[in-house]
Design a protein around this ligand. Structure first.
Ligand code: NAD
Ligand code: AKB
Length: 319
C-alpha cells in the first residue's frame, strides 16, 4: 500500500487508524477525508485532509485520481442507534456511500476495505460462538445495511475483480475519540463516568452480553487484513473477529478492582436494548485466525488497566 484514502476519518476508528497508518506508510501517503473538519485534530494537522461527502461519487473519484490512491478504506457510516433513529438517512449514507466507494475502487483499480459489524446478525442467528457462515436476518436498519454491504463487497470482487476485504467488528472501546452513536457505546461511557463521578447509569440491561474489542486490536486487524496474502483469503469480506465478551456487571466489576468505590445502576433505553438483544453474545473468529492470522492482544482486564491510565493521562476526572 502506497497511497491510502480514508473516508469518515475523524470518527472513532478513523482518528486512530489514520495516525497509525501515517506512522507506517508516511504522513503524505494517507489522505484523511470526512464530511466535517475538526481544526486542531492530528488527523487534520499531520497530513493531507480533504472534506468529502461519501454520497458524492464525483468528488470521491476526483480525490482518488488526484492522489493516485492504491487503497481505499471506507469508514463513513451511521452507527446502529443513529441509524435506527434516522433509517432513511442511514440507507442513503451507508448504502449510497458504500456503492460510491466500491465504484471508485473499481474505476481506479485499488484495494478496498470496509467494516461490517456484529450488527449484521439478528435474533435468529446462533447467539454463542456465532459461526462465520450462518443465518443473517438482522432486524435493524444498520443490520440490513451491513448484510447488504457484505454481499455488495463480495459481488464487486467476483464481478469486477475489486480486491475487497472486511471484518465484522464487535463494539470498539477507545480513549482518543468518543463513539458516534452505537449500541455498544455504554462500554466506553462507563470509563469516562467512573473517572468523572465514580458512578455510571447503564442504558444496557444487566445480563446483556456483547462482543467487544479494544481499539489497538481493531487497528491492527485492519492493517493486517489489508496486508494479507490474497491467495490465502477464502472469505475475504466480513470476517468475524472478537476479543472479549461481557455484560455490564462484568465491566463494572473490572473497574471496581481499580476504583473500589465505583457504583453502577441501570436506566435501560428500550431502543438500544432491543438492538443489543438481537446481536450475538460472542462470535467465532477461527476463519480470521486461520486465513490471515488474526490475534487479539487485549482482554477485559488488560484493556481496563490501559483505558483508565490513558483517560487519566488526558485529564479525565481530574478535579
Ligand atoms: P463514527 O460514527 O465514529 O465516525 C463516522 C465518521 O463518518 C464521522 O467522522 C462522520 O463525520 C463521518 N460521516 C458521516 N456521514 C458522512 C458522509 N456522508 N460523508 C463523509 N463522512 C461522513 O464511526 P466509527 O465508529 O469510526 O465507524 C466506522 C465504521 O466502522 C462504520 O462503518 C461502522 O459501522 C463500523 N463499525 C464500527 C464499530 C465501533 O464500535 N466503532 C463496530 C462495528 C463496525
Ligand atoms: C454499534 O453499536 O452500532 C457499533 C457496532 C457494534 O457496530 N459499535
Amino acid at each position: 500500500m502506497k497511497k491510502i484514502l480514508v473516508t469518515g476519518a475523524l470518527g472513532q476508528i478513523g482518528s486512530e487508524l489514520v495516525m497509525k497508518m501515517r506512522g507506517i506508510y508516511g504522513s503524505e501517503n494517507v489522505i484523511a477525508t470526512d464530511l466535517r473538519k475538526l481544526e486542531g485534530s492530528p488527523v487534520v494537522t499531520t497530513g493531507p485532509f480533504e472534506i468529502l461527502d461519501v454520497t458524492d461519487h464525483e468528488a470521491m473519484l476526483h480525490l482518488a485520481k488526484k492522489y493516485e490512491i492504491d487503497t481505499l478504506v471506507h469508514l463513513a457510516a451511521l452507527l446502529s442507534a443513529t441509524a435506527e433513529a434516522k433509517p432513511l438517512l442511514a440507507w442513503n449514507i451507508n448504502m449510497g456511500g458504500l456503492v460510491n466507494a466500491l465504484e471508485v475502487a473499481r474505476e481506479v483499480k485499488c484495494k478496498f476495505f470496509t467494516p461490517s459489524s456484529i450488527g449484521a446478525f439478528g435474533p435468529s442467528t446462533p447467539k454463542d460462538n456465532t459461526p462465520q457462515d450462518t443465518i443473517q436476518r438482522p432486524t435493524t436498519m444498520y443490520g440490513v445495511n451491513k448484510v447488504a454491504g457484505e454481499l455488495l463487497c463480495d459481488y464487486y470482487y467476483k464481478k469486477f475483480g475489486v480486491d475487497t476485504r472486511g471484518v465484522r467488528f464487535p463494539g470498539l472501546i477507545s480513549y482518543e475519540v468518543l463513539p458516534g452513536g452505537g449500541t455498544t457505546d455504554y462500554a466506553v461511557d462507563i470509563y469516562y463516568e467512573a473517572l468523572k463521578s465514580g458512578k455510571y447509569t447503564s442504558f444496557i440491561a444487566s445480563g446483556t452480553k456483547m462482543d467487544m474489542m479494544y481499539m489497538p486490536d481493531a487497528i491492527s486487524a485492519i492493517i493486517n487484513l489489508l496486508e494479507a496474502d490474497a491467495s490465502k483469503l477464502i472469505h475475504r469480506n466480513a470476517f468475524n473477529i472478537a476479543a472479549m465478551s461481557f455484560e455490564p456487571e462484568e465491566i463494572a466489576a473490572e473497574i471496581k478492582k481499580h476504583m473500589p468505590e465505583f457504583i453502577m445502576d441501570y436506566n435501560v433505553d428500550p431502543i438500544r436494548q432491543g438492538i443489543a438483544d438481537s446481536w450475538p453474545n460472542s462470535m467465532d473468529s477461527t476463519c480470521a485466525k486461520n486465513e490471515w492470522g488474526f490475534v487479539a492482544e487485549y482482554d477485559l482486564a488488560k484493556m481496563t488497566t490501559d483505558m483508565l491510565q490513558k483517560l487519566r493521562a488526558k485529564g479525565i476526572g481530574a478535579k
